[in-house]
Design a protein around this ligand. Sequence first.
Ligand code: CAA
Length: 399
Amino acid sequence: MDELLTKENLDYRGRAREVAEKYVRPIAAELDREARYPWEIVERLKEYQLMGEWIPKEYGGGGGGVLNLCIIVEELSRACGGVGVAYAVNALGSFPIIFGGTEDQKQRWLPDIAKGQRLISFGLSEPTAGSDAASLKTRAERNGAFYVLNGDKKWNTNGGAAEIYTIFCVTNPERGTRGISAIVAEKGMPGFEIGRKEDLMGIRCVSVHNLHFRNCRIPEGNLLGGKEGLGFAHAMQTLDFARPGVAAQAVGLAQGALELALEYARGREQFGQAIASFQGLQWMLADMATQVEAARQLVYYSARLLDAGAKNVSKIAAMAKVFATDTAMKVTTDAVQIFGGYGYCKDYPIEKYMRDAKITQIYEGTNQIQRLVIARNLIKESASMEPKLAEMKEPAAVS
Ligand code: CAA
């Protein structure tokens, strides 16, 4: 497997693994228990020059692309899924600036994010706009040199920790998705309030908040791309690039759970022998390992395509997300099963993997939405192919 990775990939993996094993794993349970943001890990990520890996070099980032991002997220998530997403969500928040910002906007925000000096988050979802992202209601009305923002955002991952927020809002209600724009809000702007922190089932160390905008005046220079109506396309493009990152979080969680299950199965004795010696368990472990490897290869493949500048990447990004996150749920649940009663208690870290895995099937588009994206693309591709059925049909067939 390592033979297929470049020297650069291995270097990123080595640094991320060192941060994960030396600094994340020892405090993962404490972060989870206290639902405390992993600020000390952010400091380590800066020290190991991992923050801003995905940001182009000309804006102070590592220029490492999506595959390296996935490799880093996988390694961090192998030790703690919460830390994995706390890191990855900075890519999600900054992709709209990278794809849609003007040169001035990129120079203004990206270098700070690249250095890890300021964290960023992505504000798309609202209390009544989740899967149906286009139904968002947050309104931005032009008033002189400002936009006046009113509305509420929900499930804002990194909400309490970030200082820069990419906010999707309606600038023209008559134009549907083409009336949606992205505006950058900054912490401390009058009328911008960070609301309630969610009490989560898993990934408890990231701060997920509601955001409220009440007549918040944002300078027109913060409208991404300097033009209204580009926000929805930028949000969708961002999700295409970010979904392999969630998938990588899932691969890391599944890999981490598998390793713990293997260690436990080798040490736990019943009926006078290690439970790893029972064929029933061996087949479970073999399936888990096979599924993790298949998920990893799909994630890396999708990331390589994105890095290569492939077109029409929505389908492959959605496939990676759906396959890897369903795998993580299955593998972490099987790992808890292998631990038996001990797996259901907090004595061992395994139940946290299962709790952390659950959200990967939900955020950045539920897995039902991923299947919708895949199916829509399949049907479109099929419609553009040469028809084959007519000439292959048996003459006697009725339709
Ligand atoms: N790239 C560029 N443009 C795209 C696009 C893409 N991948 N997908 C769609 N568009 C464009 C379309 O071309 C269309 O443009 P025109 O009007 O110019 O033709 C426009 O966007 C509307 O497209 P659709 O008609 O396909 O839009 P839809 O309303 O049917 O919605 C959807 C599509 C796929 C269901 C979308 O709403 C979606 O992805 N929903 C899930 C939302 C989501 O993932 N939310 C996650 C929030 S972030 C989060 O979870 C982060 C976190 O906490 C960590």
